[in-house]
Design a binder for this molecule. Structure first.
Ligand code: C2E
Ligand code: CA
Ligand code: CA
Length: 757
């Protein structure tokens, strides 16, 4: 049940109980009181009527005593003294005495003298009958000294007394009767005294009868209470004014109470509604709103200055909301922060982007992805891995200025800077690369590099969402990884040269090239100049692209390595070269040099392939040279040593290609069982003009000579270069000076020609 309904019921019940108490307890009490008062009034009236009649009777008796105890009256009844009548009676005596009749009876009880005044009828017979009747009544019982009875003239009041001398000596000589007619005038006089209308009823009663009627109390008072003899009752009615007043008072009181009750009810309900219910409802509505919005920052609005329970409740609720918001903020902070580096995480990037998007036209983006991070972890342990990540985080924080950095993956970071252009992004990217390589050197973590993608993201463009931003970064990083890791690539570069598409196209083309036999091998002779002899050939792959023409291996080999196609290509090269060169090798006593890339060594398929080919043909393993590049030696030394040992076991020779490009130490070279060193063509380029290059090359020749290693000098184009090499070494020569790499047919011509020389 709702509070308002409950309150209504409770208040209504209270009012009903209150009214009920008044109705059943107070009201009867008042009514009883009023009835008592009314009864007192009736009693007073009865007393007053009795007293009035008694006074009337007493005054009549006093007149009677004056007349009956008197020597003259005595004389008159005894001696018939006629002068008594003349001097005392007749005329206006009766009228003055307020009597209607006076009767003198003698000793025998006979009427001695009678006088009647103003009788209702004037016949002599009636008068006679009236007098005789009264005389009889008195003579019959001399004890009855007063009374009211029904005479021929209607009700009359009489008093009688024996007539004696004034000194009350001597015998009684007769009786004197005085009469008053009880007529309207009599009753009026009584009424004037009692102040209440009275009636006279014949039928006599012994006791006073009080009957309570609806609005009045009717009283029947027997006149025997006043007179010795009577056939009459006095009847009068008394209004129950106290009772009536009380009833009226109670009735209007009840109405007033009812009215007050309704006003009280309405006022309590109004107050309760305004002070409690309305505010609770407002709080309820606000809470619903907060629940719907699911916004923990919202609060209940309330007056801080009022301190009642509801305000306290609202304050407490706000405190609960604030506590929840704090908890939420903590959870969010935990959800938005990376525990290891304390950098914001991927979720936070979205937030940051949403915040700066509107305010800046473009955002500079740097994405950092560590190369082969799994290997770093495996090789150097997870502690080192963690240290790398923490170091990068610290460097990013150092460079970020008022930008934003986050860790968005296991080994991926992002750097966002509003309004930065590629010109501002690039130096930071380079510094990061440098920092990382320095750190790797200091901490002995070999091969720790990173791939960095750059982007200048036009943020105001309606379609440029957070997803697009991250998608573009993914594309750049993927691209940079595909085209050789450890590099910095921007999305703009990909867009300009459609770099990405190129790679995709290249992959498809390379697969087709293998199937469609688009590859061809060129051979470049390796010669001994003095005395002149062709000692060997290096097989160099060529791709005859159906549309683009011949594509340089320098362009597609790194991609084939990244795409994992190098093993297939390498297998083809090996088979093709051995098949094409088998005869010439034996015929001209040549060695065949084959290029092997790091991927081929790592995936282990090369050795098995090599053994199977050597078994299939008569090709002597001693005539086969496998070229590995110095930069590849930098990887896993043990793995490389194993590879070389396996080749040696078969009888194959090992050449170190492109010497001087990498940074390997000589002692390191010694730990590999190399047969031949190929000095990179860059050393020869500055010969003979560049003194530094000359000194360098001279030193190298001396060293390798001391170590007893065979040497091939690559890139000899000019005679001066050849002269220099000849002067300082007995190195073999590979270069345009003798021949460019040529197709098989041309090589065959060349061989024939030189043999004939
Ligand atoms: P590389 O192994 O160092 O091959 C020698 C490169 O030097 C060849 O380039 C060759 O044409 C070039 N060259 C030789 N003499 C001279 C010279 O006097 N002057 C100049 N300027 N250049 C000279 P090429 O044929 O374009 O091959 C480039 C690279 O591609 C090779 O470098 C090698 O690393 C790779 N490569 C070629 N064929 C294969 C292959 O079958 N397998 C693998 N894994 N890599 C290959
Ligand atoms: Ca080579
Ligand atoms: Ca080379």
């Amino acid at each position: 049940m709702r509070i308002r309904t409950r309150l209504m019921v409770a208040i209504a019940a209270n009012i009903i109980v209150f009214v009920g108490v008044i109705f059943f307890v107070v009201r009867p009490y008042f009514i009883e009181r009023s009835e008592e008062q009314d009864r007192l009034v009736v009693d007073n009236h009865i007393e007053s009527v009795i007293e009035t009649l008694n006074q009337r009777k007493s005054s009549l008796e006093r007149t009677l005593a004056d007349w009956s105890v008197w020597d003259d009256a005595y004389d008159f009844v005894k001696n018939h003294n006629a002068s008594f009548i003349q001097s005392n009676l007749g005329g206006t005596t009766l009228e003055n005495l307020n009597l209607n009749a006076m009767i003198f009876l003698n000793r025998e009880g006979d009427v001695h003298y009678a006088e009647v005044r103003n009788p209702p009828t004037t016949t002599a017979a009636d008068e006679r009958a009236f007098i005789d009747d009264l005389a009889n009544r008195v003579s019959r019982s001399l004890t009855e000294r007063n009374g009211i009875y029904e005479s021929v003239y209607g009700p009359v009041l009489f008093v009688q007394q024996p007539i004696v001398k004034s000194d009350r000596s001597g015998p009684v000589e007769g009786n004197l009767i005085m009469v008053e007619f009880v007529e309207t005038a009599f009753l009026d006089e009584v009424e004037a005294q009692t102040k209440i209308p009275i009636d006279l009823l014949q039928d006599a009663n012994d006791t006073v009868q009080v009957s309570v009627l609806k609005e009045t109390t009717e009283v029947l008072l027997p006149l025997q209470t006043v007179f010795e003899q009577s056939d009459y009752n006095v009847k009068f009615s008394v209004a129950q004014s106290h009772y009536q007043n009380t009833i009226t008072m109670l009735r209007s009181g009840m109405f007033a109470l009812l009215f007050l009750g309704i006003i009280l009810f309405a006022s309590i309900m109004g107050t309760v509604y305004h002070v409690v219910i309305r505010r609770l409802m407002e709080i309820g509505i606000e809470l619903k709103h907060i629940t719907r919005e699911r916004d923990s920052r919202l609060r209940l609005t309330h007056k801080e200055n009022s301190h009642d329970e509801i305000e306290q409740m609202a304050t407490s609720m706000n405190e609960v909301l604030a506590a929840l918001e704090d908890t939420r903020a903590e959870v969010i902070d935990r959800a938005y922060r990376d525990a290891l580096t304390q950098l914001p995480n991927r979720l936070a990037v979205e937030d940051y982007f949403a915040n700066v998007r509107q305010s800046y036209r473009h955002i500079g983006v740097i994405g950092i992805d560590l190369d082969d991070f799994r290997r770093i972890n495996d090789q150097f342990g997870h502690r080192t891995g963690d240290a790398v990540l923490i170091y990068i985080a610290s460097r990013l924080n150092f460079y970020k200025e008022d930008g934003f950095v986050a860790r968005i993956g296991a080994d991926e970071f992002i750097f966002l800077h509003p309004n930065w252009t590629l010109e501002e992004l690039r130096p930071v990217a380079r510094r990061l690369t440098k920092d990382l390589s320095d750190w790797a050197d200091t901490n002995g973590v070999k091969g720790l590099t990173s791939t960095i993608g750059l982007d200048v993201f036009a943020s105001h463009h309606p379609h440029h969402t957070y997803e697009i931003l991250m998608g573009r970064l993914d594309v750049v990083l993927h691209e940079a990884k595909l085209s050789g890791k450890n590099r910095i690539l921007s999305f703009q570069e990909i867009e300009d040269g459609s770099h990405y598409l190129q790679t995709l196209e290249m992959e498809r083309d390379l697969r087709r090239a293998l199937e469609e036999d688009e590859f061809e091998l060129y051979y470049q002779p390796i010669v001994s100049p003095h005395p002149f002899a062709v000692r060997g050939v290096e097989a160099l792959i060529r791709w005859n692209h159906p549309v683009k023409g011949q594509v340089s291996p320098g362009l597609f080999i790194p991609i084939a390595e990244q795409l994992g196609l190098i093993s297939d290509i390498g297998r083809w090269v090996l088979r093709q070269a051995v098949r094409e060169m088998a005869d010439h090798v034996t015929h001209h006593e040549l060695f065949l040099s084959i290029n092997v890339s790091k991927r081929q060594i790592a995936d282990g398929s090369f050795l098995a392939e090599l053994e199977s080919i050597l078994n299939d043909t008569t090709f002597s393993p001693a005539n086969l040279h496998v070229e590995i590049t110095e930069s590849e030696v930098g990887g896993n030394l043990y793995e490389l040593q194993q590879f070389i040992a396996s080749l040696k076991a078969i009888g194959v020779k090992i050449s170190l290609d492109d010497f001087g490009v990498g940074t390997s130490s000589l002692s390191f070279l010694q730990s590999l069982q190399l047969d031949l060193i190929k000095i990179d063509q860059n050393f020869v380029k500055g010969i003979p003009e560049n003194t530094f290059d000359r000194a360098l090359l001279e030193g190298l020749y001396q060293t390798f000579h001391t170590l007893g290693l065979d040497i091939v000098t690559e890139g000899v184009e000019r005679p001066e270069q050849l002269a220099f090499v000849l002067e300082h070494s007995n190195s073999l020569i590979q270069g345009y000076h003798y021949s460019k790499p040529v197709p098989l047919v041309q090589l065959e011509h060349y061989l024939k020609k030189v043999v004939m020389m």
